[in-house]
Design a protein around this ligand. Structure first.
Ligand code: PAF
Length: 285
């Protein structure tokens, strides 16, 4: 595996592979890798592309009171994991390599970034889209892979690629869960045993919401309320949001009549967890 923190060196590595006729796949990450990331690697490798994985904890996407400084980091552990997973090149730039001077140019996807996590974390998606856009310019991948746990992020990046005519296929990979249902996340390490146990209510309540939809409950408000009540009854989690939205454009839903995203964010102590479920609903005419 090639490994570099330098943009020019990464560009040379990629140019060589492109000249050999290889497609390039990019997996952007913030490190502290887990099975979710390794599944993205697996999927990228299946395409036969030269797989580049980036590790960069992007300061631009953290608010002033958020967990940028405490975000988990362990580069040498990550190196062992990506090497074993068969990544072809690891890019782990420093802050200075990515932002050599204060940035004044941003990439922003409107509308989609004003709801859900966008409403709760002002500036977050501007930071995400800007850094992903920089990575896309540095690597110029043919394909890029994102996990569906950050469903809104995936939709936003897909929209940026479409609006800016970037020749990149944005691929999404289903959420990877622990055996007991907890969505795998780098932030799970911060949960106490008790919080981790209580956090199981997230996937349970999402599964229950899907059942409600399947048996005919249509009211989005009723579904949201049921989830809220269950989380509040069975855990100490503080709800940031629970929302049923259109899975295609995140617009508001009154009655569930087409495919919806049920998305939630809940804090357990200082750890904010997100989870979601896409429920496919077909209407027959
Ligand atoms: O999903 C993440 O880990 C980050 O938001 C990303 C896409 C790597 C951008 O920093």
């Amino acid at each position: 595996m090639k490994r570099t923190s330098q943009i020019p060196e990464l560009r040379e590595i990629i140019a060589l592979e492109r000249n050999r006729g290889r497609k390039i796949a990019l997996i952007p990450t913030m490190g502290y890798l887990h099975q979710g990331h390794l599944t993205l690697v697996e999927r990228a490798k299946q395409t036969g592309a030269f797989v580049v994985l980036s590790i960069f904890v992007n300061p631009l996407q953290f608010g002033p009171t958020e967990d940028y400084s405490s975000y988990p980091r362990d580069l040498e552990r990550d190196v062992r994991l990506v090497e074993a997973a068969g990544v072809d090149a690891l890019f782990h730039p420093t802050d200075h390599e990515m932002y050599p001077h204060p940035i004044v140019t941003y990439v922003e996807v409107g509308q989609l970034d004003t709801v859900l996590c966008g409403a709760k974390r002002p500036g977050h998606f501007r930071g995400v889209v800007t850094v992903v856009s920089k990575l896309f310019h540095i690597v110029q991948p043919d394909l890029s892979f994102f996990g569906q746990k950050d469903y809104q992020q995936y939709l936003i990046i897909q929209r940026m690629v479409s609006d800016l005519n970037l020749p990149i296929e944005v691929c999404s990979v289903p959420i990877v869960r622990e055996e007991d249902g907890l969505a795998i996340s780098s932030r799970n390490v911060f949960l106490t045993l008790e919080q981790r146990q209580e956090a199981l209510i997230l996937s349970k309540s999402l599964n229950e919401a899907e059942i409600h939809i399947r048996v005919g409950v249509k009211s989005a408000r009723e579904i949201e309320l049921n989830i809220r009540e269950r989380i509040s009854r069975e855990s100490h989690g503080i709800i940031d949001y629970v929302e049923v939205r259109d899975a295609g454009d995140l617009s508001e839903v009154v009655n569930v009549e087409s495919t919806v995203l049920i998305a939630l964010a809940v804090r357990f102590g200082s750890t904010r967890l997100i989870d979601n479920k896409v429920v496919e609903v077909r209407t027959f005419v």
